[in-house]
Ligand binder design. Sequence first.
Ligand SMILES: Cc1ncc(COP(=O)(O)O)c(C=O)c1O
Length: 484
Amino acid sequence: MKHDDDFHMSPDEFRRAGHTLVDWIADYRERVATLPVQSQVEPGALRAALPASPPEHGDEGFDAWLRDVDELVLPGITHWQAPAFFAYFPANTSGPSILGELLSAGLGVQGMLWATSPACTELETHMLDWLVDLMALPEKFRSRGAGGGVLQDSASSAVLCALLAARERATRFESNTHGGRGGLVAYGSTQTHSSLDKGIAVAGIGRANLRKISVDERFAMDPQALAAAIAADRAAGRKPFFVCATVGTTSTLAADPLRAIGEICAREGLWLHVDAAMAGSAAVCPEHRVLFDGLELADSYCFNPHKWLFTNFDCSAFFVADRKALTDALSITPEYLRNAASESGGIIDYRDWQIPLGRRFRALKLWFVIRHYGAAGLRHHLRRHIALAAELGARIAADPHLELAVPVSLNLVCFRHRRGDEASRALLARLNAGGRMYLSHTVVEERHTLRLCIGQTHVAAGHVETAWQEIAAAAAALNQGVSP
Ligand SMILES: Cc1ncc(COP(=O)(O)O)c(C=O)c1O
């Protein structure tokens, strides 16, 4: 690339490279279904191919960078956007989302304060209110009342913020001022995501003070066991302060009974946080809102549009019923951040709703996604994913060599080989090694279990059918001890 003496990329160079890159992304999205889904490179492969030190002078330019992306980077990519990516959870991006992300980078906005870009804050507030409408969330999460929503980078950050607000409420801000004095106790279930354990550690509560409440036969938290644990902690002089309930656990997509848990929290004065990282998107479909019954009893709620709502990472929607509880816990105002708008009290400064000061313009991509698909489009695709999972579940249940580990929940199918853990492990290894699909695993009732999650943007019946043919053939071959 030719540089004049200011070294910058000129607008014309940027325009040309940008068009090339958009073409590259569009081509990638068209051909991603033909690439091996899981990267098969050895550790260190990319680093060995890169120059050991940075260049003193800028090199030949964008076409060369893109060539290196094709030759060096792509082999090390696991293709989360492949329609046969069924592992973990989806990270289903889409055209409008990518455009929103590009625009966010182009504007280069730092939205820490309303005053540092009013549109960044206001579009975000508006999108969070739109999500309340789209998903029929409790009115208390709408920004015109005492509550409101914010976009975080992750569900992990959301639960940490909820923990900090709850900790301060429970200790009358003593912990922020003097440090923790101990005694606080929090509750999740044996199935709650590990981000709660991490948040508990980071918030200084101490992981020994996190109780993992037992679950019922459907892996949902047992409210009676929760009430008993709270009573035992009170009797021992400890201070219960926080419960994390989940709609859609990571292992099996189980839903905790929010209403029963919420009533206990209300009675006991505990902060209830609800984590619906992936399953939360299902609330666009009225027929699945029963899973969220009792959500109005929660103090905070989080779900990730960056999992199952066609919006690329990072985009985690976090709602609180009482925004003052959150901002009182997280707000610190040095002189250099003071400004008239903040002092007026009439605007939102989202820096007070999160851990970092700086923040990206994430709302653009969500705005583009919702405008592109509309509520009808989002419902259509989620229903399609859920129907495909149900069909696949029925075929697995009818197969002589396979069995469902739990009934299919929304878009997640958990299954195993009837011959036991060794056969299940071998089945997963064979399927993933083939490169035509990618599944992950969990352990259910101490048995090795395959997880197949259907949520990719362009997954169609044919992709699930092809995966099923391969799964069934491999399972049958394993049953006979013959390689498929
Ligand atoms: C139920 C649940 N909660 C939280 C998380 C963490 O999400 P994030 O990566 O946004 O922190 C996950 C991710 O798998 C999850 O399944």
